[in-house]
Write a protein that binds this ligand. Structure first.
Ligand SMILES: *Cc1c(COP(=O)(O)O)cnc(C)c1O
Length: 430
């Protein structure tokens, strides 16, 4: 079978929460001012109660509201696809499958959580959401989702991307969102940074600070984050839950699971429902990150802030330091100094392995994928494609019939400048 499809009523009815299955209790987030463990009330100025509850929940299964499943039907269940033509090109005995999240309207996995977050905010009477976005993938997912629940959406977009990548901004505005280049004059943090350095290109850390300040200062407004936090990873587990069912239909048992990591949400979404199999030693799970931002492979495991200004709670995670500014690689969605605390803990315990790859080999892999399977992957996704291909080559060398499954987090049709640079030989190999 090429495409393994599920019926609409097979969209999962529950999300899977990894917290009760972690090898040790998760160190609590700490309050940025007091350094004491955060209380649910501390988060209420910026998040709705429904999401705070999920963030701290110890329940293994959490019901997906009918209203959310109803919207998931726009693009879910997503297909699991056998990459037969890629296998042939690689002359590998391995069977390669990818879970294709590029079919959503914004073109990535991100609306899986954006829709859920918009729902809980709307239910509690919130009228507007703020967020940050780098290249625009998260901002576009949130603008799409908020519109479906009649919420307004304000996006602080890293200034350099705002200037260089207009098309995601146009998507956000088409879905009714308002987009400002960050740093902006709208917030205290933004004004302060602009006064010191008017020509700054901006950064994700700055944009997060602006979005949080805007939400904290406005009664009817909350903040929304697209990765890293427990509730975001929770919402993404529908990816892995569907994949499990699809592999059963195909009669396959995976040997290797691969995904790319920015903050960890698409990776966790695919991998967490399989983590208990990895504990038995039956399955190797590989998290792939850019060598230019090697959080899991070179970061330090400690408490750190999520943003530059130090407004967010402190999270125990692998981090490169909250003031780390990664080189401007094309995989903008992977340029984050930290990672989800649950993922960091699983890496620390060796249950999940981490690997860092350089930029040019990821594009070589992406182009090979496009020329065999047709779909042009996002630069972020190319990191997963690279390691899936490497594992398939290893299987060929060892003559092993491995089953390799990778998370295809999004398509690259709005990232063609990156491909243009690669094809013209202009990419830097960081
Ligand atoms: C945002 C993004 C990522 C990285 O974010 P995670 O939270 O680590 O999943 C990866 N791929 C695509 C296509 C993205 O848009």
């Amino acid at each position: 079978m090429k495409r393994i499809l599920l019926e609409e009523d097979e969209i999962p009815k529950q999300w899977y929460n990894i917290l009760p299955d972690l090898p040790e209790p998760l160190p609590p987030p700490l309050h940025p001012a007091t350094q004491e463990p955060i209380k649910p009330e501390d988060l209420e100025p910026i998040f709705p109660k429904g999401l705070i509850e999920q963030e701290m929940s110890g329940e293994r299964w959490i019901k997906i509201p009918d209203e959310v499943r109803e919207i998931y039907r726009i693009w879910r269940p997503t297909p699991l696809v056998r990459a037969e033509r890629l296998e042939k090109a690689l002359k590998t005995p391995a069977r390669i499958y990818f879970k294709y999240e590029g079919e959503s309207p914004p073109g990535s996995h991100k609306p899986n959580t954006a829709v859920a977050q918009a729902y809980y905010n709307a239910k509690e009477g919130v009228e507007r959401l703020t967020t940050e976005t780098g290249a625009g993938q998260w901002g576009s997912a949130l603008c799409f989702a908020t519109k479906l629940f009649d919420l307004a959406c304000t996006v602080y977009m890293v200034k350099v991307s705002y200037m260089q990548k207009p098309y995601r901004r146009v998507m956000m505005e088409t879905w009714g969102g308002e987009v400002f280049p960050s740093p902006s004059e709208r917030t205290e943090v933004g004004r302060k940074i602009l006064a010191e350095n008017p020509d700054t290109p901006g950064s994700l850390g700055i944009a997060i600070s602006e979005a949080i300040e805007d939400a904290a200062k406005n009664e009817d407004t909350k903040y929304s984050l697209g990765s890293v936090l427990n509730h975001v990873l929770l919402h993404q587990t529908i990816i892995g839950l569907e994949t499990k069912k699809q592999l059963e239909i195909a009669g396959e048992k995976p040997d290797v699971l691969v995904g790319c990591v920015g903050g960890g949400s698409n990776f966790a979404g695919l991998a967490y429902p399989f983590v208990n199999d990895a504990k038995n030693g039956d399955l190797e799970i590989i998290a792939v990150e850019p060598a230019a931002c090697p959080t899991l492979t070179s970061g330090e495991y400690k408490y750190d802030f999520g943003d530059v200004a130090g407004l967010t709670p402190l999270l125990k995670m692998y981090t490169l330091g909250h003031d780390f500014i990664p080189p401007p690689i094309h995989a903008g969605g992977l340029r984050y100094h930290g990672d989800a605390p649950t993922l960091c803990m699983l890496v620390k315990h060796g249950i999940i392995k981490a690997r860092a790859v350089k930029q040019i080999p990821t594009f070589e892999a992406g182009v090979m994928f496009a020329r065999t399977e047709g779909i042009i992957p996002a630069p972020e996704t190319n990191h997963a494609v690279r390691v899936a291909i490497d594992e398939a080559i290893r299987a060929r060398e060892n003559n092993e019939e491995k089953v390799i499954v990778f998370g295809f987090s999004g398509h690259g049709l709005l990232d063609l400048q990156a491909y243009d640079d690669y094809l013209a030989g202009k990419l830097v190999n960081t």
